[in-house]
Design a binder for this molecule. Structure first.
Ligand code: SF4
Length: 214
């Protein structure tokens, strides 16, 4: 039984390992099922477990995954009993499917390393696998989105990025009233020849966030 809302690849691997362990000790399993949450269930009165949970037959997937399981178990024992650590570099496996608790492997990275790329996701791992460690070393031919390009330009030049047009949209705002406005944030919308923008202010009138709408 899993707290997920669908069957995931990792669940099949998990179930095939459990089946392997059971069968090693003489308990033959003819079918495997995975029970997960039905995220479309709407409670009306008492909880109905037959509606709240979905039972999925995963026997075929588990059989398929089990074919090479003994080889993988042997490999794991080989690694565990080796006196040297395996040569594995950082990558998407560090957080997929679960976060690895070891952080030392990431310690040697420079400040503006490729994994700090704004919403970099898969790009970070692709670039790192191709030998790019620093954001400033991303080749011009590599496609970055607008914000990532701004980030790279700022790191390269050492200068902050200022959207001057958005700043000029800043409207005059009334002075905050105390104590009524204490602890509040508020939002202003402004339109001018430069476009529209939304501004968020904190309780003493300092600008928290500017967001261009058009
Ligand atoms: S952080 Fe964990 S998964 Fe990633 S390379 Fe280091 S030991 Fe391996």
């Amino acid at each position: 039984m899993k707290s997920t809302t669908s069957v995931k690849d990792i669940n099949i691997h998990d179930a095939s390992f459990q089946k392997h362990c059971c069968e090693k000790f003489g308990l033959k399993l003819s079918k495997c099922f995975l029970v997960h949450i039905n995220n479309e269930y709407i409670r009306e009165g008492q909880i109905d477990p037959r509606e709240l949970f979905i039972m999925k037959n995963i026997t075929t997937e588990v059989e398929e995954c089990s074919k090479s399981i003994q080889d993988r178990v042997d490999k794991m024992f080989e690694i565990i009993s080796d006196s040297k650590c395996p040569e594995v570099t950082i990558g998407s496996h560090c957080s997929d499917s679960y976060d690895c608790p070891l952080t030392e492997c990431w310690d040697g990275l420079p400040e503006h390393n490729i994994f700090t790329l704004y919403y970099g996701g898969k790009k970070c791992h692709d670039l790192y696998c191709n030998g790019v460690v620093n954001i400033i070393d991303i080749p011009d031919s590599y496609k970055l989105n607008d914000k990532q390009q701004i980030q790279q330009a700022c790191i390269t030049s050492g200068e902050p990025h200022v959207d001057r047009e958005a700043v000029m949209l800043k409207p005059r705002i009334p002075a905050p009233k105390f104590p009524e406005d204490l602890g509040k944030t508020w939002t202003h919308y402004s339109k001018s020849r430069f476009g529209s923008a939304r501004f968020r202010y904190n309780r003493i009138g300092s600008l928290l966030q500017t967001h261009r709408i058009s």
